[in-house]
Design a protein around this ligand. Structure first.
Ligand code: NAP
Length: 293
């Protein structure tokens, strides 16, 4: 964690923390291999030729290889049928060397994405999107949880930002970020408000938050005067501004003059998401090979 001379807030450096987590995972995998165990395995299903998806898949694959997780590429043409993909998921579910299955979204329009995600064995659902894992998170039972909110919890904890008894405001209610984020903060005894596109007086509600998580997808929606002085601000957004620059959902310079801690974009939440994906794969692997998790 560092202090930027231009700003007052502490910068929550997700890139640095993710690097530490990945180094730790690499050491753990190396120890398992040295003990004679197989490598952890991820299967990545990419359907069609969406260029952005190809980049995401490449990055995940590279991150896996760096920590010693083997990544199997299952690239399929855009015209692949639902039945063929369901058969592929069944095959991967049954494969003892596959610990995690990722189906890269979005899928071509003729495919039923939810049906495919629901077909993944929940113990291999390293994205944490399966209804069984969502239900476990809701009930506070151990399972595989979505990577982005997991990474945010790790960032808050590493920065020793108090959560219990604090007011947390989450903007966004998607199944992959907003809702699981709210549940994780609730499980840690924050008092949580979830905001969305129909929330009246968004600014006033955000101003109540000791912790603010913005997961909206609107460039610099959250302004500095929305932030309670001393709050921790987590910016999940990844948006392009008019000049093509990557910007978050929070007006960073304004907010960082008011907040006590803030994540940058890029270099905040994004790298943590991938680190948590690797961590989920390793957790799945350890259960599968019978190691105490
Ligand atoms: P999403 O499914 O589009 O959800 C966006 C949420 O924001 C919805 O709940 C929506 O409300 C709400 N919203 C939209 N406009 C709003 C407004 N003007 N005021 C208040 N709420 C508003 O998006 P997502 O998948 O959660 O992703 C959110 C952002 O995070 C995107 O920029 C995405 O690229 C980024 N992201 C980053 C990472 C990472 O690793 N860094 C991971 C995942 C996502 P309604 O429900 O009422 O429509």
């Amino acid at each position: 964690m560092s202090r930027d001379i231009e700003t007052q807030a502490r910068i929550l450096d997700g890139k640095a923390l993710a690097g530490e987590i990945r180094a730790g995972l690499a050491r753990t995998v190396a120890a398992h291999r040295a003990a004679g165990l197989r490598a952890p395995g991820l299967a990545v299903v990419l359907v069609g030729d969406d260029p952005a998806s190809a980049v995401y898949v490449r990055n995940k694959r590279r991150a896996c290889l760096e920590v010693g997780i083997s990544a199997r590429d299952l690239d399929r043409p855009a015209a692949t049928s639902q039945t063929a993909l369901e058969a592929l998921v069944d095959e991967l579910n049954a494969d003892p060397e596959v610990d995690g299955i990722l189906i890269q979204m979005p899928l071509p329009a003729h495919l039923d994405a939810q049906a495919l995600l629901d077909r993944i064995d929940p113990s291999k659902d390293v994205d944490g999107f399966h209804p069984v894992n969502a239900g476990r998170l809701l009930q506070g039972v151990r399972g595989l949880a979505p990577c982005t909110p997991l990474g945010i919890m790790a960032l808050l904890d590493q920065a020793q930002i108090p959560i219990e008894g604090k007011r947390a405001v989450v903007i966004g209610r998607s199944n992959i970020v907003g809702k699981p984020m709210a549940l994780m903060l609730l499980a840690r005894n924050a008092t949580v408000t979830i905001c969305h596109s129909r929330t009246p007086d968004l600014a006033g509600t955000v101003r109540e938050g000791d912790i603010v998580v913005a997961a909206v997808g609107r460039a610099e929606l959250v302004r500095g005067d929305w932030i309670k002085p001393g709050a921790a601000v987590i910016d999940v957004g990844m948006n392009r501004d008019a000049s093509g620059k990557l910007v978050g959902d929070v007006a960073f310079l304004e907010a960082s003059r008011v907040a006590a801690a803030i994540t940058p974009v890029p270099g905040g939440v994004g790298p943590m998401t991938i680190a948590m994906l690797l961590s989920n794969i390793l957790a799945s692997y350890e259960r599968r090979v019978g190691l105490p998790g």
